[in-house]
Design a protein around this ligand. Structure first.
Ligand code: SF4
Length: 334
């Protein structure tokens, strides 16, 4: 375990964690909501520094990031724990795990070496919420940048401004889950609130970090057309119509606590895609039917993505950073 960087002692002596929007007040001997940051004798410790429980080379499309270095592999890792308790979580075996000192320590240098050895062009802090292992992520990101790799986070957007300011110099791209526009959804299913996520999204967009957004369409929970209209309008109005929006189907069989909820139908995904189009979003990715990037000005195909057993087959048609037909700038970041 390592002493945390992001906390202060409140006037009453209790430690306040400043890393995520829960701002837990942690008494001696206790842990925060994420269960991986503990007050030990008046100092806050990160219990999962170096405990990379999963490491693998993934297509960057799997994060999902579709317009950021398409066709490249990203070295992906996560540590146990999460600051959310999403009943729908599909990584719950590690996100809801307790810190475990039997997990071997993996030094940041080793993560970077593994990424380079696997031919990856970036490192992704993913699988669980990177905010809760921010000190470890920062150590990795700084070394990765020196080695010429890019840095990616896949996040629930609950990071504090303090955390965002700390990672901003090192973070190149992020995919943030915007799960719903209903605060009740966040409270009921995730143990969190909506407004902090919206605030983070606005700050991330302003920061210049490359951003894509994902919404899991859960039947009966985050499939209501009126809610999706508000969500798509928020992206268009507050973040920009050029921010890509991914619509992902829900699979009950791998969820943490929602095995009775039906899977998302193709029709529901298609309706959500149409809602995004009506809101004016230029890049909406949904199922097999909407996997390609089209030029928003003339409709020419810029990138095609074909899902294969081993990943994605990517074909590029943009030329010199421009649409091959109308020569408008391509949205793809290489
Ligand atoms: S990271 Fe968030 S959940 Fe964990 S202790 Fe800090 S404020 Fe609490």
């Amino acid at each position: 375990m390592r002493e945390a960087n992001f906390y202060h002692a409140a006037p009453d002596g209790v430690l306040q964690c400043d890393l995520c929007r829960h701002f837990c007040r942690i008494r001696a001997g206790s842990s925060g909501l994420c269960r991986v940051r503990r007050n030990v004798d008046g100092k806050l410790f990160s219990l999962t520094w170096g405990r990379a429980v999963t490491q693998a080379a993934d297509p960057v499309e799997k994060k999902p990031l579709y317009q950021f270095m398409p066709g490249t592999q990203t070295w992906s890792l996560g540590t146990p724990g999460c600051n959310f308790r999403c009943a729908n979580c599909q990584n719950w075996e590690i996100s809801q795990a307790l810190p475990d000192e039997s997990i071997p320590l993996v030094a940041p240098e080793e993560i970077v070496r593994n990424a380079i050895r696997a031919g990856c062009r970036s490192i992704s802090c993913t699988y669980t919420e990177p905010t809760i292992f921010a000190e470890y992520a920062l150590d990795i990101m700084q070394l990765a940048r020196q080695a010429g790799l890019r840095n990616i986070w896949v996040s629930n957007g609950y990071l504090s401004k303090i955390c965002l300011n700390a990672i901003r110099p090192w973070l190149d791209g992020i995919n943030v889950d915007l799960k719903s526009m209903d605060d009740a959804f966040y409270r009921r299913l995730c143990g969190a609130r909506l407004d902090p996520v919206l605030d983070s999204l606005r700050l991330i967009r302003k920061s210049g970090i490359y951003l894509e957004i994902t919404t899991l369409v859960i039947p009966g929970h985050s499939s209501d057309p009126a809610m999706l209209e508000r969500l798509a309008s928020f992206i268009a109005r507050d973040l920009g119509t050029d921010v890509p929006w991914h619509l992902i189907p829900f699979y009950p069989e791998i969820s943490w606590k929602m095995p009775e909820t039906p899977p998302t139908s193709i029709d529901a995904i298609e309706k959500a895609w149409e809602i995004g189009r009506k809101a004016g979003l230029s890049y909406i990715y949904a199922g097999k039917a909407h996997n390609d990037t089209l030029c928003p000005r003339c409709g020419a195909t810029l990138v095609t993505r074909t899902r294969q057993f081993s990943g994605y087959r990517i074909e590029r048609f943009d030329v010199g950073g421009r649409c091959p037909a109308c020569h408008a700038p391509s949205p793809i970041r290489d």
